[in-house]
Design a protein around this ligand. Structure first.
Ligand SMILES: Cc1cc2nc3c(=O)[nH]c(=O)nc-3n(C[C@H](O)[C@H](O)[C@H](O)COP(=O)(O)O)c2cc1C
Length: 315
């Protein structure tokens, strides 16, 4: 997740909890100039991700840019490149990228035709939403994808207009299962181990279950799904400390690291009993001592077996 699960998070999550078969690197937008920037390489360089199963993701609606970048990623040794057709951010869709590309199926068809004709030596997968504003769009979107040899189709079961709100539209994907000839990735509102098990059953054991926010709330979610143990409070404490130190080193600033830690704790606090006053203090704190005291108070409440769905918003 852009801004949340960068290299620092991925490395530490993999070391502390494991359980994920793949980490999708938050999207990178290739430029017209066929060269990744130093900033982009801080996420994409193979040495940054060594020993971690990662898949790079590109955000683009210009086939020439996608093609050079996918080829470069293949040369770096990556074994899959993912195209982001899901991001609903205003600045992204205004440029016709991410889920904005789903509004222009003619343009998307041309893009995919050019991409899949370009001898890219790496399998291409797609992360998509169900459509822009109407679930009926999914039929034509799937018809289009079926013309190309995608290595996987990951579906975030929402429309662009849903943003991240409301319930995932599970039934729409269930209804389309027979029309999907690719390995399937299922994504959206998989919060607990029971959710993962239910999705695994209902979607006929799909190739992947992708989890975003809930993995930040319950970093042991995949470990539990595979029969391992839940996170202990001590593990969370050590993980949180390592993240704080990792961000401090990456940003060269303890203050900026604390900002990022607040975003992480927005989710992580959902693995503890609800404590609204301590929760508020996390976000209000300016000094590290106040921040740490608020975290201690959250952690002194009981650790839950499953994360609370604390980030849920109505449509
Ligand atoms: C802050 C934020 C950043 C995100 N960045 C990305 C991204 O870079 N690439 C991507 O494929 N999805 C991104 N997503 C979407 C998630 O991967 C996921 O599809 C979505 O949150 C629904 O799944 P969840 O209910 O498991 O979180 C982002 C979501 C959030 C909230």
């Amino acid at each position: 997740m852009e801004g949340l699960t960068g290299a620092v998070y991925r490395k530490l999550h993999h070391r502390f909890f494991g359980g994920a078969d793949a980490y999708y690197i938050p999207f990178v937008t290739p430029t017209v100039e066929p060269k990744f920037t130093d900033r982009q390489l801080r996420e994409l360089a193979p040495e940054v991700n060594s020993g971690i199963p990662v898949v790079p993701q590109l955000l683009s609606n210009r086939s020439a840019d996608f093609i050079w970048a996918a080829k470069a990623l293949g040369e770096m040794g990556y074994s899959e490149v993912n195209l982001n057709l899901g991001c609903p951010a205003g600045t992204v869709v205004a440029k016709g990228k991410g889920s904005g590309f789903l509004k222009d199926l003619y343009g998307l068809e041309k893009f995919l035709y050019e991409v899949f004709s370009a001898d890219i030596p790496v399998p291409i997968s797609i992360k998509t939403r169900l459509g822009w504003s109407d679930t009926a769009e999914f039929e034509d979107i799937l018809k289009l994808y079926r013309k190309y040899p995608l290595s996987e189709l990951i579906v975030h079961m929402r429309l662009k207009t849903d943003q991240y709100k409301g319930d995932a539209r599970t039934q729409v994907l269930l209804n389309a299962l027979d029309e999907i000839p690719f390995p399937l990735g299922v994504n959206g509102d998989l919060v607990t181990e029971a959710d993962l098990k239910q999705a695994d059953e209902r979607f006929r054991h799909p190739h992947q279950l992708m989890v975003g926010r809930a993995l930040m709330a319950d970093p042991a979610l995949f470990r539990k799904f595979k029969g391992g143990k839940p996170a202990s409070a001590e593990e969370i404490r050590q993980f949180s400390k390592a993240l704080y130190d990792g961000y401090t080193e990456a940003f060269g600033s303890r203050k900026n690291a604390m900002m990022r830690m607040k975003e992480y704790w927005f989710f992580q606090s959902c693995l503890f009993e609800e404590n609204p006053s301590a929760f508020k203090r996390i976000f209000k704190s300016r000094e590290e001592a106040d921040f740490s005291a608020a975290l201690d108070e959250i952690m002194s409440g009981g650790l839950l077996r499953d994360a609370r769905f604390g980030w849920k918003k109505p449509l």
